[in-house]
Design a protein around this ligand. Structure first.
Ligand SMILES: Cc1ncc(C[n+]2csc(CCOP(=O)(O)OP(=O)(O)O)c2C)c(N)n1
Ligand SMILES: CC(=O)[C@@H](O)[C@H](O)COP(=O)(O)O
Ligand SMILES: [Mg+2]
Length: 608
């Protein structure tokens, strides 16, 4: 018999080096074939792989370093995909991907056409939840368990991994309420308790978890809700984890396994990162953990500086975050005004309703949240803030195309949602100077709910206006009024380049930035009336966006000026580089010129 091409899984290589346990690991069955004694070496190799690959392309390093042993144990005790493994938020599923045969694809992580940073059904039958929004996994588990029971497949396990942060989201508590009410329906909830979201997880739930960890809890929330409780378990002890998970698998009804882990485990630079334990990183030097490229002054930086200044000027300004003080730029405000800062946990609905409560008492409440996460709190914006005409300000970071985080992270739905809210005023700054100006105007507005949006990008150079009419800035104009280009926010730079090009070719162009895009300023309509064609350009979906509002307002005023709207398709856009995705949607100077020329010639222009 020929010598095996590589040593059996558990034997050292001929030269005595530990075997490369990752190379040939094609899926959970190979993992189950490994001897327990090999598992620490496997964990070490997975950590090295994570550090090597994620430092090269960026991604969620800290969360995944914290779930290496947990994910190994999960795939050894349960049999995915026959058993269903659900990951809440999904940013901590890299180890799951490594153990399900995708370890060789990590060079393409979050790259165009490459491995998604979240579970992906197109990638693997082992993946279920693609949505990167927190606190949904327990609800999926509830649904899957019900379907299993109805379909007679009750013997297949349903396992949901949820972080301590995601557990502070209302949806998770709604699911616990349902799961715990079905003593006959087995669901395994694996609580990955690393005590952190980005920063330390806020609220009373983490305090209860701490009491459960140190044995000082007077009662057990999970048991009170109808769950068996197994824990606390050392989330880095594979043997203890396997034993607890086997007990959970054998439990007839709902059960919580409370695993205690460390975010950033095994990588000193991540452990030293006191702020966020390298929750989400860019390209790093793997040895030092230092960023390889300087990000430049981002929109978030501009907001962070100015909101802190406004906090000093307005003693009634209160800032609220949903577990993201750092990423939304509120850390400085929090440090300077701790009494006027609130981290509510991953609870956007509560953040907005609480802001409404603050505003009813005269506070100027400001909610800073990623654009796409405001989707979750739409009803609170509509029925708690706007219905009562409360002057809450929403600052929407990561608005428009974000890029590497993929379809459930692009902040492309905020304008249509906010356009449907009576009394809501929406501003889209084109540069840092306008962000400061508009943020000041929003904080000064005590009559209306207001919102500002800006992208995940470096804030470009200030674009000085030639003139201002009402809220509308004229950035460029030819002597002839033919085409009005309505520039929304940071795309003003592309619009300016397009306007100048058109003028150079003899087509009279005006480039205007409304600054306050909703309601549509009447000064913009007056400007439109003096042109023969209006083209609107925005980093958001066209359906219901700024362009749609401009077109409707023009029609409502009886003007007969054709409007062409440019923006994003109503679609889920795959992950990639922000610039590439915008270009694919035609949102470049070249794309704008092309659209104008086609519209002038009344030629259909292919839309993305
Ligand atoms: C609804 C929603 N709000 C905010 C976020 C941003 N976010 C991503 S991960 C994270 C923290 C998650 O903490 P936890 O659930 O404890 O997972 P860990 O990273 O600690 O493993 C947050 C707030 C999100 N994904 N979804
Ligand atoms: C998983 C999640 O929602 C966040 O961690 C998000 O990925 C961070 O996005 P930024 O990197 O744009 O801050
Ligand atoms: Mg956590």
């Amino acid at each position: 018999m020929n010598a095996p091409s590589s040593p059996p899984p558990n034997d050292p290589a001929p030269d005595g080096r530990p075997p490369d346990l990752l190379r040939d690991l094609s899926g959970p069955e190979d993992l189950k074939a490994l001897a327990d004694e090999s598992l620490p070496a496997l964990a070490e190799q997975i950590r090295a792989h994570l550090i090597d690959k994620v430092s090269a392309v960026g991604g969620h390093l800290g969360p995944n370093l914290g779930v290496v042993e947990l994910t190994i144990a999960l795939h050894r005790v349960f049999s995915s995909p026959r058993d269903t493994l659900l990951f809440d938020t999904g940013h901590q599923a890299y180890v799951h991907k490594i153990l399900t045969g995708r370890q060789h694809r990590f060079d393409s992580l979050r790259q165009p056409g490459g491995l998604s940073g979240y579970p992906s059904r197109a990638e693997s039958a082992h993946d279920v939840i693609e949505n990167s929004h927190a606190s949904t996994a327990l609800s999926y588990a509830d649904g899957v368990a019900k379907a299993r029971a109805l379909g007679g497949a009750g013997d297949r396990a349903v396992v949901a991994v949820i972080g301590d942060g995601a557990l502070t989201g209302g949806l998770a508590l709604e699911a616990l309420n349902n799961l715990g009410s079905a003593p006959h329906r087995p669901v395994v909830v694996v609580l990955n308790d690393n005590t952190r979201s980005y920063a330390a997880t806020a609220g009373s739930i983490p305090a209860h978890l701490a009491a459960l960890r140190d044995g000082t809890a007077g009662g057990n929330l999970f048991e009170q809700l109808g769950f068996a409780y197994l824990g606390p378990v050392d989330g880095h002890d594979i043997g203890a984890l396997q034993s607890a998970l086997r007990r959970a698998r054998a439990t007839a009804g709902p059960v919580v396994v409370h695993a205690v882990t460390q975010k950033g485990r095994g990588y000193p630079p991540a452990r030293a990162d006191q702020a966020e334990r390298m929750h989400a990183v860019g390209v790093l030097d793997p040895l030092t953990g230092l960023a390889r490229t300087a990000a430049g002054r981002t929109w978030t930086d501009v907001f962070a500086d100015h909101v802190t200044e406004l906090g000093a000027r307005h003693r009634d300004l209160v800032a609220i975050t949903a577990a993201m003080p750092g990423p939304t730029g509120l850390s400085r405000f929090a440090a300077r005004f701790p009494d006027r800062f609130f981290d509510v946990g991953i609870a956007e609905q509560h953040a907005v309703a609480s802001a409404a409560g603050l505003a009813t008492c005269g506070a100027k409440a400001l909610v800073a949240v990623y654009s796409v996460f405001l989707n979750r709190a739409y009803d609170q914006v509509l029925s708690d803030v706007a219905l009562h005409r409360l002057p809450v300000t929403f600052v929407l970071d990561r608005a428009g195309v974000t890029g590497p985080d993929g379809p459930s992270h692009h902040g492309m739905w905020d304008v249509p949602l906010l356009a449907s809210v009576p009394g809501m005023r929406v501003a889209v700054p084109r540069d840092a100077a306008r962000l400061e100006e508009l943020l000041g105007e929003a904080v000064d507005d005590r009559e209306h709910p207001t919102a500002l949006r800006f992208p995940k990008a470096a804030a470009g150079p200030d674009l000085v206006a030639l003139a201002r009419t009402g809220p509308v800035d004229i950035l460029f104009r030819s002597t002839v009024h033919e085409v009005l280009i309505v520039a929304v926010g940071p795309l003003a730079a592309e619009c300016l380049e397009a306007g100048r090009y058109l003028a150079d070719t003899g087509i009279g162009a005006t480039v205007a930035d409304p600054r306050w895009v909703l309601p549509v300023p009447r000064e913009l309509l007056a400007l439109a009336a003096r042109h023969r064609l209006v083209v609107t350009v925005e980093d958001g979906i066209r359906n219901g966006g700024v362009g749609a509002a401009v077109a409707r307002s023009i029609a409502d005023t009886g003007l007969h000026v054709p409007v062409t709207t440019m923006g994003l398709p109503t679609d889920f856009l795959a992950h990639g580089a922000r610039a590439d995705i915008l270009a694919a949607a035609g949102l470049t100077a070249k794309g704008i010129v092309h659209t104008v020329l086609c519209a002038r010639a009344d030629r259909p222009h292919p839309r993305p």
